[in-house]
Every structure is written in structure tokens, then in C-alpha cells.
Design a protein around this ligand. Structure first.
Ligand SMILES: Cc1cc2nc3c(=O)[nH]c(=O)nc-3n(C[C@H](O)[C@H](O)[C@H](O)COP(=O)(O)O)c2cc1C
Length: 407
């Protein structure tokens, strides 16, 4: 059994407030959490928040002060804390912490602990886009990556500084799921090549406009991340989303349904498991004007043609591969899942009701039903997309074994 204990290192970034949620999320997954805050972090959140959430003393400095409890911090506590804990999670990892970790500085408790720590390290950087893109930060990240640390790259979106771009700390639930996966890691996908599609597609109306849908890509990215961590080589064909590439995953960016189709078919033969989580447009504009359509007072009609059904095409072409399709439905979820399973020759269809509150497209949670080609229906409890991704992979591997034993 893995040692489910974590040091949560909190750096002085605006995302420090999210680390309180992270402490909770880690504890909900069974971790004992010891929080270490940098001096700057304490400008953003009070140690008391973490002490109350984790039920443990929060380490805030290297050397003892005058308080009765401070004597603790003056012992060689960094060595003890390093030895006792299974994983070091640093979130937010500031540009400054990345630099100090990369170059081995030990000028406060967290950086000294980092040097003494021999277990896995998970870093969730968060900062302004220019700071993240700076050559110095990128060089430090590269050093840390080569050192074998897990880096959860920041998501893109509006930042507290008013700009938009990469820099947002990933969702605390996702960081906690990732930490758990690292410690309880199974390498049951070693030697597999997993092809995942994710996100929406965009079908142009003219050079500046497009039709798309509300898919965030989170489920597909979670599947890709889970498969990679379990040892698979993962190729992720992704429509336009705001998510960072999961660690160790090759991302092939596409825009339209036809581009996604080509990217998938090019990689089909080398794949052993295919996960079609993308929300591919069903229609595209018959003839896209070369120039921007001008605004007039007249009614405008669009002529649309169906796009090629990628899932059905893979279903026809597949040989021994395991094909997992996704179905976002608003009614008759089970019936639709079973219909799709048959019609598209899938081995599994993961169906979800996107009309439910708190699940579906943009949410971090999901509630799904797995319809298998053996006729079995599996209804896992509602969970994070990342946790469900592991469950779907578990069931897919069991299914493949059952199908092999039958044939
Ligand atoms: C309001 C404010 C917000 C900040 N947000 C971030 C941030 O999100 N990421 C970051 O790397 N630095 C941020 N900084 C700068 C860090 O606080 C600063 O580099 C500090 O020295 C980091 O110390 P630490 O790495 O020991 O926590 C911010 C500073 C201020 C004043």
C-alpha cells in the first residue's frame, strides 16, 4: 500500500487561495497533508486556513521564533518531513520556486525540504503568461522535467493580472487526482499506443466566423493523462481548447472535423486503444465563402452538409483495436448508448447526460454510464473526470480480456 501522505508546498502566487481547496481534495482522497508555506504565500493566505483544514501545524519558516511552538521549526524538521511523506506537491509553484528548485537553492524551508526529499515531486506552476513564457522560466521547467518531476502545465484562460493566456493553476481536484495516480500508479498500459480525440471542432462559415459546440475537452484530456501515467504512448488529437498538454502526451492540434478525421485515420493502424471523446461537428457549411460575409438587413440562410462520421468509419476499419466512443445525450441516455454501440461497432460507449447540473461539457465532474459490447451496463458513481478516466480504462482492459477469452 502506497504511503498516502503529502507535503503541500504553497508558493506566493495569486492562486495560493486555491491551495486550500487542494489540501481538502488531497485529504478526501485519503492523504495526510502537511502544509509548508513560503513567506510570500503567507501574504496571500493565512496559515490558519491550512492548519484548520488539515488538522496539522503549518510550517512557515526555517528558523525558530519566540513563540512556544516555534521550537519545532528549529529542529532538523525538513529532513523528518522529507522522510515521512510519500509525495511533494507544490501548488502554486511560483516562477521563483521553479528557479530555486531548478538550481538547488536552499534558502527557506520549502526549498531545503525539496533537496532532502527523495520521493516523487508534482509541480503545478501558475503565473502571468509573460512570466511563464519567459526563457528563464521555460529553461527551469525543462531542468525540472528532465530531473523526472511531474509538471502539470498551467491552463489557459483569463488571469488575475487582466491578461489571457497560459498561467492558470489547474483545478485542485485534478492536481489531487494526479498526485494519487502517481502514488498508486499501475503500469498496466505499458507497450500500448492509445489514440484519444478531445474537444470541439470548428467549422468555418467564412474566413472569420465558425460554428462550434460547448465541449471543453476536459474528459478527453483526462483520458489521455490517465493512459500516459499508466505507461501508454498517447497521441491526443485535439480540437481548440484551453487546456495544457498532459504530461508525456503528444498533442496533434486540429480545427475542423475533416482535419480530425485525417489525423485519426493516419494514426489508426499503430493504435491499440482508441478513445473518441471529441465532440465533432455533425455539419459543415457546404461552400465556405472566401471573403468575410457582410452584414445586411436581409435574412441569411446557411446550407450545411453532414460531416463524415469518424467513429463509424473507425468502427468499420478497426481490426483488433479496442474502440471506445462517447455519447453526450440529453434524453434516453442508455438507449442511445446501446444504439451507438451497435451502429458504430464500438466495444464501449461512455454515455453522459449533459443536461444534468454540475456534469457534462465544461464541468470537472461527470456522471457516466458505460455500455459494453458484452451487453453489460456499468454505472460508476459520479466523480471527477480524471478519476472516471481511470475507471473507464480499468473497465476497457477487463473488457478486452473478456473478448479475447470468448474468441
Ligand atoms: C499580487 C501579486 C501576485 C503575484 N502572483 C504571482 C503568481 O501568480 N505567480 C508567481 O510566480 N509569482 C507571483 N507573484 C510574485 C511572487 O509573489 C514573488 O516572486 C515572490 O518572491 C515569490 O516567493 P515564493 O516563491 O517564495 O513564494 C505575485 C506577486 C504579487 C504582489
Amino acid at each position: 500500500m502506497a504511503n498516502l501522505s503529502a507535503v503541500l508546498g504553497v508558493g506566493g502566487g495569486i492562486a495560493a487561495y486555491k491551495s486550500a481547496e487542494l489540501a481538502r481534495a488531497l485529504m478526501q482522497r485519503g492523504f495526510a497533508v502537511t502544509t509548508v508555506m513560503t513567506e510570500a504565500a503567507q501574504e496571500f493566505v493565512r496559515p490558519l486556513t491550512f492548519a484548520a483544514l488539515t488538522g496539522r501545524k503549518v510550517i512557515t519558516r526555517m528558523f525558530a521564533g519566540d513563540g512556544p511552538d516555534d521550537v519545532l521549526a528549529s529542529s532538523v524538521e525538513h529532513i523528518g518531513v522529507a522522510k515521512e511523506n510519500g509525495i511533494l506537491v507544490v501548488a502554486p509553484a511560483t516562477a521563483d520556486l521553479l528557479a530555486r528548485f531548478a538550481h538547488g537553492l536552499a534558502n527557506d524551508f520549502l526549498t531545503t525540504l525539496y533537496l532532502a526529499f527523495e520521493g516523487p515531486v508534482l509541480l503545478a506552476p501558475a503565473m502571468n503568461t509573460a512570466m511563464w513564457n519567459h526563457a528563464a522560466t521555460q529553461a527551469n521547467v525543462e531542468i525540472l522535467r528532465r530531473r523526472g518531476h511531474h509538471i502539470l502545465e498551467p491552463d489557459s484562460g483569463p488571469l488575475a493580472c487582466g491578461t489571457t493566456g497560459p498561467g492558470r493553476m489547474p483545478d485542485p481536484e485534478r492536481i489531487a487526482d494526479y498526485a494519487l495516480s502517481i502514488l498508486t500508479r499501475r503500469r498496466d498500459l505499458d507497450g500500448e499506443t492509445v489514440l484519444v480525440t478531445a474537444g470541439p471542432t470548428r467549422e468555418p462559415l467564412d474566413p472569420v466566423r465558425f460554428i462550434s459546440n460547448r465541449s471543453s475537452g476536459k474528459m478527453g484530456y483526462a483520458m489521455a493523462e490517465a493512459a500516459a501515467l499508466r505507461g501508454a504512448r498517447v497521441q491526443l488529437v485535439s480540437g481548440p481548447v484551453h487546456l495544457a498538454a498532459p504530461e508525456g502526451v503528444e498533442v496533434i492540434p486540429v480545427q475542423t472535423a475533416e482535419q480530425m478525421r485525417r489525423a485519426v485515420l493516419d494514426r489508426l493502424d499503430e493504435s491499440t486503444i482508441i478513445v473518441k471523446a471529441a465532440a465533432v461537428a455533425d455539419y459543415h457549411v457546404t461552400s465556405v465563402p472566401k471573403q468575410k460575409v457582410k452584414k445586411t438587413a436581409l435574412r441569411l440562410s446557411l446550407e450545411l452538409d453532414p460531416t463524415v462520421d469518424i467513429l463509424a468509419e473507425i468502427g468499420q476499419r478497426k481490426k483488433n483495436q479496442l474502440l471506445i466512443g462517447f455519447a453526450a445525450e440529453t434524453e434516453n441516455v442508455v438507449a442511445e448508448a446501446r444504439r451507438k454501440l451497435q451502429a458504430k461497432n464500438c466495444d464501449m460507449v461512455v454515455a453522459n447526460n449533459v443536461s444534468l447540473d454540475g456534469t457534462g461539457f465544461e464541468s470537472d465532474d461527470n456522471e457516466v454510464i458505460l455500455a459494453l459490447s458484452t451487453g453489460e451496463l456499468i454505472t460508476p458513481p459520479r466523480d471527477t473526470k480524471r478519476a472516471l478516466a481511470d475507471r473507464i480504462l480499468d473497465e476497457a482492459l477487463k473488457l478486452r480480456l473478456a473478448l479475447h477469452q470468448r474468441s
